[in-house]
Design a protein around this ligand. Structure first.
Ligand code: CUA
Length: 359
């Protein structure tokens, strides 16, 4: 009943099988084979042990005049029941050890992904690629109703899956930002603890493109049940496309941030220059202080190249016949750039222009 529950069956295994999934990696198939070998050995042991037990119950059930046998040790029986389990255990340990060795062998990986558990989401970092992101739940947990969660087709979806190329050995480095989490994707036969202050290793090499789902599998707090894992396996070509898109987005974002910071810095510096040198005659809204000083001409703060050039010229050399002084020798190039940037953006035009000192 537990394993055939729709939540488990559909979300994690993709089918309603009661058995371990065969999975989509070489390792998952090997783990499955090992599991089946050990399963059948256990079946044979169970049949023999319960067979002998039930046979004895029936064959030697109490009959009139029956007497229990009385004897002390029997060396041969004791040797046999020690040796047979030992042989069976060794037989099981040989393939189990071989499989474990392969699981631990992360050498010759073609790429590395750092997986960090957070309360309650996963962070993925493609090492050496400048690509990293959080994989957040698409719908915040508080917006998911109990009825929805119990629904047959209910799936915890994430905004960005972990994208991996097929036929590629990927080394997974697992750690945590806060408490112990565990990264588990049954179809990949990968289940590894993410421990703060410690880096665990595992690897995977996926055969087929597809979506493979998993779940945090270490009780990690209130929303432990709401940190799903989605792995999207794609062809090598699609992976390269995806990767370059991600890199471009990251570069654009970084450039955007830099521009924003530069503008914010210039605005601060510009405001101070403006208040010190310009505010006596020009109001911050661009109007002159009447009657002595007329309004700044609209063209000066308009977002045209000529307007900008004239504005810079006025600040540098002043305007003959007016009270506008030349600030070229008073202000540094950076101050002039800052104050013009400030005026152009603060006078309600919000041109977004950044004036470089070189101009
Ligand atoms: Cu993270 Cu449970």
């Amino acid at each position: 009943v537990f394993f055939s529950h729709p939540l488990l069956a559909k979300n994690l295994y993709g089918d309603s099988s009661l058995n371990l999934p065969v999975g989509v990696t070489h390792m998952s198939r090997e783990v499955y084979s090992l599991h089946m070998i050990i399963f059948w050995i256990c079946v044979v042991i169970a049949v023999v042990v319960f067979g002998v037990m039930f046979w004895s119950l029936v064959r030697y059930r109490k009959s009139k005049g029956a007497r229990a046998a009385h004897f002390h040790e029997n060396t041969w029986v004791e040797l046999l029941w020690t040796a047979i389990p030992l042989i069976i255990l060794v037989l099981m340990a040989i393939p189990a050890t071989a499989t474990l060795q392969k699981i631990y062998d992360t050498s010759e990986a073609e790429m590395d992904v750092m997986i960090t558990g957070h309360q309650w989401r996963w962070h993925y970092e493609y090492l050496g690629q400048d690509v990293s992101f959080f994989s957040n739940l698409s719908t915040p947990p508080e917006q998911i109703s109990g009825a929805e969660q119990k629904g047959e087709n209910y799936l915890l979806e994430v905004d960005q899956p972990l994208v991996l190329p097929v036929d590629t050995k990927v080394r997974l480095l697992l750690t945590s930002n806060d408490v112990i989490h565990s990264w588990w994707v049954p179809q990949l036969a990968v289940k590894k603890d993410a421990i703060p202050g410690f880096v665990n290793e595992n690897w995977t090499k996926i055969d087929e493109p597809g979506i493979y789902r998993g779940q945090c599998t270490e009780l990690c707090g209130r929303l432990h049940g709401f940190m799903p894992i989605t792995v999207k396996a794609v062809s090598k070509e699609d992976y390269q496309l995806w990767l370059s898109e991600q890199k471009q987005q990251a570069a654009e974002k970084a450039a955007g941030n830099e521009r924003e910071w530069a503008l914010a810095d210039l605005m601060t510096q510009g405001e101070s220059v403006y208040n010190t040198y310009c505010a006596a005659c020009h109001m911050v809204n661009g109007q002159g202080i009447p009657p002595a000083f007329p309004a700044l001409a609209g063209s000066l703060v308009a977002s045209t190249a000529e307007g900008r050039a004239t504005h810079i010229e006025r600040v540098l050399y002043g305007k003959s016949g007016t009270a506008m002084a030349a600030f070229g020798s008073t202000l540094s190039a950076a101050d002039i750039a800052a104050v013009i940037t400030y005026e152009r953006n603060a006078f309600g035009n919000n041109t977004g222009d950044i004036i470089q000192p070189a101009e």
